[in-house]
Design a protein around this ligand. Structure first.
Ligand SMILES: NC(=O)c1ccc[n+]([C@@H]2O[C@H](COP(=O)([O-])OP(=O)(O)OC[C@H]3O[C@@H](n4cnc5c(N)ncnc54)[C@H](OP(=O)(O)O)[C@@H]3O)[C@@H](O)[C@H]2O)c1
Length: 495
């Protein structure tokens, strides 16, 4: 066993219990993150994992899964013996009784306190049941010799009322401070850098308001289609899958006021305030502010790809949206009158997540004739993925005798500037949950505010007559999305 002496931050001996240990999230995200944290000497030697699921894996099968899903695990050695498996039905109290025994025995053998982190990596409809049974079996209480916390993954409900129910189901067994709601976007370095950019520099905040900003654009473009997740996506759609969570999270960090301190509570308070200021459209207003689209076949990277309705497990008459563009307004002193455009889509030309702050144009251009005709507005572009960079677009003179002005970009790239490796979002978030740092997690009221914003849109979309515009795979969405901006004199900035 490798001995990790110099842990960067102190984590006590803890047992991580993963419900849904046979699933996709466990293999693709959780186990690789644990492996990487171990390799980076972030975890204590007394760290154990219990996988819980119905599949008959056994300790050996689970350990094989651990090795397969974390192929690059350099220093595992005999540490693999600290991975255990409990086969059981999530809805039966006997599973939780067996879990209690296993936890007690591991904690006794390893001579640790009773710090336990439960990770619900199974289907969301089980979240309420699992947390209730953890409560009933006495596993939800934090004892004197350790913490008890629980992580859940989106979706946090399907609408406002189911999200409220999920909160109240969970609060029956766990206090809000014990619940860690993951939105993995918040684990991304560039998303966190939004706060650093805004609040550690003096030059941006003075112009970060309606007096200087003409409009804000947030784009989450995916190049992939639905792949093997057609069945899941048919019940989700872009509004619920991306806008309700990731996009409204990014929006709140871009538009919120400065927190007094970089603490979870201060930041979450400011996020809730700005989400509360987002104007909630009436169902009748949704049509004039929202464009809903679905991809049809097209070409991406010179390859023909099929349309959404031809994908596996998708109905040939599906009305599920794979694209949404919206114009939002934030009714507060800072943002009154500034349109906030957001859009997300699948099968777009490339994968990119970015925020564009478009500034007002110079009030007067003294240059003769058309010499500044190629000059676009000043923009600050925060690219979140795939490249992590910040770009400032401004006018510069083209070399030569004529006084031609053209837009140029000044670029800061994470990869070029820092030697330190960016942490994967799950590594960061799991470590924070172990450390009890809630800054990058969602509070219950944030989740509800976000549902309240999307709810009228959800209702409008459920009307079968609400327009669903086709767009060819490999394009930036239906032309109606461009018209949405043109109607107010704006246009999308595509990279
Ligand atoms: N996968 C991702 O990339 C991803 C991304 C973001 C969020 N999430 C969220 O993370 C959670 C887990 O996602 P996942 O993709 O890992 O799910 P999954 O693979 O569909 O399910 C995880 C495990 O839950 C059990 N399970 C599945 N269907 C069940 C059913 N009907 N009744 C009882 N148990 C069932 C299965 O284990 P057993 O049959 O062995 O019990 C399965 O291996 C979900 O909340 C999901 O929304 C996932």
């Amino acid at each position: 066993m490798s001995i990790h002496m110099n842990r960067k931050r102190q984590i006590e001996g803890t047992t991580l219990v993963i419900f849904g240990a046979s699933g996709d999230l466990t293999s693709r995200k959780i186990l690789p993150a644990i492996a990487s944290l171990w390799d980076q000497e972030q975890l204590p030697n007394e760290f154990s994992v219990i996988g819980v699921a119905r599949s008959p894996l056994g300790d050996e099968g689970f350990r094989r899964l651990v090795m397969e899903s974390a192929a690059s695990w350099d220093s595992i050695g005999t540490y693999i013996e600290n991975f255990h498996y409990l086969q059981g039905d999530y809805t039966s109290i006997s599973t939780y009784q067996s879990l209690t025994k296993l936890l007690d025995s591991i904690e006794q053998t390893r001579q640790t306190g009773k710090s336990r982190l439960f990770y619900l990596a199974t289907i969301p409809s089980l979240f309420g049941t699992i947390s209730s049974l953890l409560g009933e079996s006495g596993l939800s209480q934090s004892g004197a010799s350790g913490f008890t916390r629980i992580i859940i993954e989106k979706p946090f409900g399907n609408d406002t009322s189911s999200a409220l129910k999920l909160n109240s189901d969970m609060h029956r067994s766990f206090s809000e401070e014990q619940i860690y709601r993951i939105d993995h976007y918040l684990g991304k370095e560039t998303v966190q850098n939004l706060l650093a950019l805004r609040f550690s520099n003096a030059i941006f905040e003075p112009i970060w308001n309606r007096n200087f900003v003409n409009n804000v654009q947030i784009t989450v473009a995916e190049q992939i289609g639905v792949g093997h997740r057609g069945g899941f996506y048919e019940n989700a759609g872009a509004l619920k899958d991306i806008i309700q969570n990731h996009m409204l999270q990014v929006l709140s960090l871009v538009l919120m006021e400065a927190p007094a301190l970089m603490t979870a509570e201060s930041i979450q308070n400011e996020k809730v305030k700005v989400l509360s200021a987002v104007e909630i459209p009436s169902i009748a207003e949704v049509a004039s502010r929202t464009v809903r689209g679905q991809y049809v076949s097209g070409v991406i990277n010179s390859e023909e790809v099929k349309g959404y309705r031809e994908e596996r497990d998708v109905s040939s008459t599906s009305k599920t949206e794979t694209y949404v563009a919206m114009r939002l307004a934030v009714d507060n002193w800072r943002w009154a009158g500034v349109p906030i455009f957001i859009r997300t889509g699948k099968r777009m030309p490339k994968r990119e997540t970015q925020v564009v702050m478009e500034f007002n144009r110079a009030p007067h251009l003294p240059f003769i004739g058309g010499s500044a005709r190629q000059l676009g507005p000043n923009r600050l572009i925060l690219r979140i993925q795939p490249e992590e960079e910040i770009k400032l677009v401004f006018g510069a003179k083209v070399p030569g005798q004529d006084y031609n002005i053209r837009s140029v970009a000044m670029n800061f790239s994470y990869a070029d500037t820092f030697k330190e490796v960016s942490w994967d979002a799950y590594e960061r978030l799991i470590l924070d949950a172990l450390l009890g740092d809630r800054t990058l997690f969602l509070r219950s009221d944030e989740v509800i505010k976000a549902w309240e914003i999307v709810e009228p849109i959800q209702r409008a979309f459920s009307d079968l007559d609400f327009p669903l515009y086709p767009y060819a795979a490999g394009t930036y969405g239906p032309k109606e999305a461009s018209k949405l901006l043109q109607s107010t004199g704006h246009y999308w900035h595509n990279s």
